[in-house]
Design a protein. Structure first.
Length: 279
């Protein structure tokens, strides 16, 4: 029976050109390599080499066998990769989201209904999320709009309303509501990796200088200690402790409110049944 190791020896010999160089690269002795290739010829029942007194090269049959050997090893690598990916998908629940709040909410639900699964989460551009769902990289994705598609189902599961978080000394701290335009042009604190909300902020407040913070704990420290405005949301206010030295002002713009939808492939509906019925 032909072994994969023999095929690797065969390919390495061709790449190195000599038995001594190939044996050195493979970290085996030259007699072991010689015997491996002799055994390969015996197993295939054909001659693969042209042998002269001081040289051994592949003959025409050997060159054809080389192309087949490379294909077999590539197919073996591909098989291994596909098996690893398949096994990973059996034991993981991958979810991509357009924003952090619905991802946090959904992650808690998934942990509750699929405790045996390893949860993989990420926030990505919406085009990347859609492509990933269709490629089955995600079990589900979270999007800020509905979809009508023959392969994809979507259901709404939560809303998020944005607010301005203003220091008590801010001129607008007394206001009952504010628009994005009214606050445009200020210097504001902003968390990074907030998904599609970032695009909304940049689009609706083009004159604002956003001070981006990557670390969540540092961001909250800055919100509490600085005089810079920032954003918060109804979801954050339910799940986090809000600083006492801030006024929370609703944002009136439609852009400041989102309805989030869970998208999933219709073929996976049975797998998601327990979760979908309890959102």
């Amino acid at each position: 029976m032909i072994e994969l190791e023999q095929l690797q020896h065969f390919i390495t010999f061709h790449e190195c050109g000599t038995l001594s160089k190939a044996a050195k690269q493979l970290n085996i002795s030259q007699p072991v390599l010689t015997r491996s290739m002799q055994k390969l010829e015996e197993e295939l029942d054909v001659s693969l080499f042209t042998r002269t007194k001081n040289k051994i090269t592949l003959n025409e049959t050997g060159l054809f066998a080389l192309s087949l050997a490379k294909r077999i090893l590539e197919d073996t690598k591909d098989m291994h990769k596909q098996l690893i990916d398949f096994d990973r998908k059996l034991h993981t629940f991958a979810i991509g989201s357009c924003a952090p709040a619905p991802l946090q909410y959904m992650s808690q639900k998934i942990a509750q209904y699929y405790p045996q699964k390893t949860l993989l989460t990420e926030i990505k551009d919406m085009n990347v999320l859609i492509k990933g769902l269709k490629n089955k990289d995600y079990m589900m994705i979270i999007m800020p709009y509905d979809i009508e598609d023959s392969l994809i189902e979507s259901i709404p599961f939560m809303e998020e309303q944005l607010y301005f978080s203003l220091p008590l000394s801010h001129p607008f701290a007394h206001r009952k509501s504010l628009s994005l335009k009214e606050m445009d042009g200020e210097r504001m604190l902003l968390m990074s990796n907030i998904g599609f909300w970032n695009e909304m902020h940049q689009r609706t407040m083009p004159h604002t200088k956003f001070i981006i913070q990557n670390d969540r704990s540092i961001f909250y420290d800055l919100v509490e200690l600085s005089s810079l405005p920032s954003f918060t949301s109804d979801y954050v206010m339910k799940t986090e402790t809000m600083p006492q030295n801030r006024c929370i002002i609703p944002i009136v713009d439609k852009d400041a409110k989102a309805t989030f939808y869970c998208w999933y492939l219709k073929e996976n509906e049975k797998k998601l049944k327990s979760l979908l019925y309890n959102l």
